[in-house]
Design a binder for this molecule. Structure first.
Ligand code: TUI
Length: 315
C-alpha cells in the first residue's frame, strides 16, 4: 500500500488525483475516481454556473468520499463559478491557468482545501506565501494549457522552493510515472489524459480512440506565439491553428477559431474540426478500462517497482 501525507491531507486512499478537464471531467468520472480511492475532480471550465452546481450535486449523489472541482482562471465568469464551489461546499478546489492569489481568501474562509496548479517556481513561491494547502506542479508534457518547463526538472525545483506538499502532473500515465514523481519529492500525482481513457469518462468514443492510437510524437503545441500554449493531438484542426499562427493572424482571430473547439471534439466527437487536447503520455495509453481497474493497476505496478528498486541497494 502506497501512502503519503497527501492521503491524510485529502482523506483519500491512493495519492492519485484526476485532472479537472473541461467537458471530460464530469460527475461520473470524478465520482468513479473518488470511489476507487483517489481524488476525483469535476471540471467546471466553460460550464454555465447552474450546470456546475448540477454536476457537483450529482457527484455527491454518486460518492460519499472527498472530491474536488477545478476552474481555469482565464475562463469567463470564473468568480461566479468559484462562488458555486463555495455554496456547494466542495472539499477541494484546484485552480490553474494563472495567478490564483486574488481568489484564495474567499475559498480558504469557506474551509476549502485550495491547491493551485503552477508551471513555475516563481508562482509556486507566491502561492505558498499566500497560504495554500498544496501545489500541483504541472510540466509542459501535459495536455491543454501548459507552461514551458518539463515535469522532470519542474517538480524537484518546486519541491525545493516551498514547504507545502507538491503533486506532480504532466506525462504521468502509469505506475512508473507515479514512482518517478515520488522519487522527485512529490507526494502524489495528477493524471488527466490517462483518465479520459476509462469507461466512466463521458468523452466521445472517437476522442478516447485518438488517445489510444496516439504515438510518442502525436501531440504538438500551438498558441505559443500569443502566449497561450496548448498541447493537443495533431490533426486538421491543429494544423489550421498552426497555419493561422504562422500567417500572422491576430490574437483575436486565433482565439475565436479555438473557442468551443474542445467541446466539439469531446462532446460531439468531431476530432477533425475540434481540439483533441491530450498530453505526451497519450502514447503510453493503450486501453480503455474502468477507473477501478486502472487505479489498482497503477498502484500494483508502483508497489512492484518500489520493491524491486530496494534490491538495487547492495551492502
Ligand atoms: O489549466 C490547465 N490546463 C487546461 S485548462 C483548459 S480549458 C480550455 N482551454 C482552452 C479553451 C477552452 C477551455 C485546457 N487545459 N492547466 C493548469 C495550468 N496552469 N497549466 C499551466 C498553468 C499556468 C501557467 C501560467 C498557471 C499559472 C501561470 O502563471 C502565469 C503567471 O501569472 O505567472
Amino acid at each position: 500500500m502506497i501512502k503519503t501525507r497527501l492521503c491524510d491531507l485529502l482523506g483519500i486512499e491512493y495519492p492519485i488525483l484526476q485532472g479537472g478537464m473541461a467537458w471530460a471531467a464530469t460527475a461520473e468520472l470524478a465520482a468513479a475516481v473518488s470511489n476507487a480511492g483517489g481524488l476525483g475532480i469535476v471540471g467546471a471550465g466553460n460550464l454555465p454556473p447552474e450546470l456546475v452546481r448540477q454536476q457537483l450535486r450529482r457527484t455527491r449523489e454518486l460518492t460519499h468520499r472527498p472530491f474536488g472541482a477545478n476552474v481555469p482562471l482565464f475562463t469567463e465568469g470564473v468568480e461566479e463559478t468559484l462562488q458555486v464551489f463555495i455554496d456547494e461546499k466542495v472539499p477541494v478546489v484546484t485552480v490553474g491557468g494563472g495567478n490564483a492569489g486574488p481568489y484564495l481568501g474567499p475559498l480558504k474562509r469557506a474551509g476549502i482545501l485550495v491547491i493551485p496548479v503552477v508551471a513555475s517556481v516563481a508562482l509556486a513561491r507566491r502561492m505558498t506565501r499566500l497560504g495554500v494547502d498544496a501545489l500541483i506542479a504541472e510540466g509542459m508534457e501535459s495536455g491543454g494549457h501548459i507552461g514551458d518547463v518539463a515535469t522532470l526538472p519542474l517538480v524537484p525545483q518546486v519541491v525545493d522552493a516551498v514547504n507545502v506538499p507538491v503533486i506532480a502532473a504532466g506525462g504521468i500515465a502509469d505506475g512508473r510515472g507515479l514512482v518517478a514523481a515520488l522519487a522527485l519529492g512529490a507526494v502524489g500525482v495528477q493524471m488527466g489524459t490517462r483518465f479520459i481513457c476509462t469507461t466512466e469518462c463521458q468523452a466521445h468514443e472517437r476522442y478516447k480512440q485518438a488517445i489510444v492510437q496516439a504515438h510518442d510524437r502525436a501531440t504538438m503545441v500551438t498558441g505559443g506565439y500569443f502566449g497561450h500554449p496548448v498541447r493537443s493531438i495533431r490533426g486538421p484542426f491543429v494544423h489550421r491553428l498552426e497555419e493561422l499562427e504562422k500567417s500572422g493572424a491576430s490574437e483575436q482571430e486565433f482565439l475565436s477559431f479555438g473557442t468551443g473547439a474542445l467541446r466539439t471534439a469531446i462532446v460531439e466527437g468531431n476530432i477533425e474540426h475540434g481540439s483533441v487536447m491530450a498530453g505526451q503520455c497519450a502514447g503510453l495509453v493503450r486501453d480503455i478500462v474502468p477507473v477501478k481497474t486502472l487505479m489498482e493497476r497503477i498502484v500494483a505496478e508502483a508497489e512492484a517497482i518500489i520493491r524491486s528498486m530496494a534490491g538495487l541497494l547492495k551492502s
